[in-house]
Design a protein around this ligand. Structure first.
Ligand code: SAH
Length: 254
């Protein structure tokens, strides 16, 4: 069934209103008709099965049939901290990691980041990234749209590490420790249904410097290897996230 995220203000007690591009999508692309059913979510807490009552060009109105238990969200809340990659690779990271189950994204700058940070382009880019996250979350039947935090400088990344229960840095020269080892202490907490916040830091095309790894470790991060193969920056986050989802039992449950 098609799913749409709507603004919490458009989520009434008995009816919901779907506006903008989504309304056009329902009418023109899906060719839905009154009485067709959809699932809507406010992206925070509420989710409902609804039946379309009226379709206009810019607004679709629907009656709530049943409030649903918000589902589809992993208990491991993973933030992908991605050193800003070149071109439009960040879009790929956001799209794919949203499908796999990332809770949020934190782009950051590091010594070998190639992309020049341009605050003038920031707003437009963030709007585009949020749209990609929303569409991927709808497609993947998520209940929440992952948050996209504004890019931070290196010191900003270090300052954020204490906010997490576990911070991992993917480091291709780390051959001892893997994700499975560092996740073990959290398995019991996740088993009890407690949410765990995990940050996964991925370096840029040229990787992290040794000094950066030392600084991350001093700030509380643990370095993990993802095997003997060197992954591209846009692949590393997806691979690490998939491992976390697997190790925390999110890959088989329905
Ligand atoms: N330039 C480096 C590789 C950088 S890969 C080199 O050629 O050696 C870009 C980022 O992906 C790295 O900073 C790291 O965070 C992650 N990464 C890639 N392969 C990895 C691996 N095998 N183990 C852990 N992290 C990896």
């Amino acid at each position: 069934m098609q799913r749409y995220f709507i603004d919490p203000a458009q989520f009434g007690d008995k009816t919901v209103s779907i506006t903008g591009e989504d309304a056009r999508h329902i009418g023109k692309v899906m060719r839905s008709k009154p009485e067709d059913k959809l699932i809507v979510s406010d992206g925070i807490a509420r989710e409902a099965l609804v039946e379309i009552t009226e379709i206009e060009a810019h607004e679709v109105t629907a009656r709530i049939i049943e409030q649903l238990e918000a589902s589809g969200e992993p208990r491991a809340q993973v933030t992908i901290a991605q050193s800003l990659p070149k071109g439009d690779k960040m879009e790929l990271v956001i799209q794919k990691c949203t499908e796999i189950g990332a809770a949020s994204f934190l782009p950051f700058m590091s010594e070998r980041t190639v992309v020049q940070y341009d605050p003038r382009k920031e707003e437009k880019r963030t709007v585009r990234w949020r749209k990609i996250a929303k569409e991927a979350a709808e497609q993947a039947h998520r209940s929440k749209i992952p948050a996209i935090e504004p890019p931070v400088a290196w010191k900003g990344l270090l300052a954020k590490l204490p906010e997490y229960d576990l911070a991992c840095v993917c480091y291709e020269k780390e051959h001892g420790q893997q994700l499975r080892d560092v996740l073990k202490p959290f398995a019991e907490r996740l088993g009890r249904g407690t949410e765990v916040r995990i940050l996964v830091a991925v370096g840029p095309e040229g990787g992290f410097t040794e000094q950066e790894i030392t600084q991350l470790e001093a700030a509380g991060a643990v370095s993990v290897g993802l095997g003997r193969r060197i992954l591209r920056t846009e692949t590393a986050g997806m691979a690490a996230l998939t491992c976390i989802m697997y190790e925390t039992g999110e890959m088989g449950e329905i």
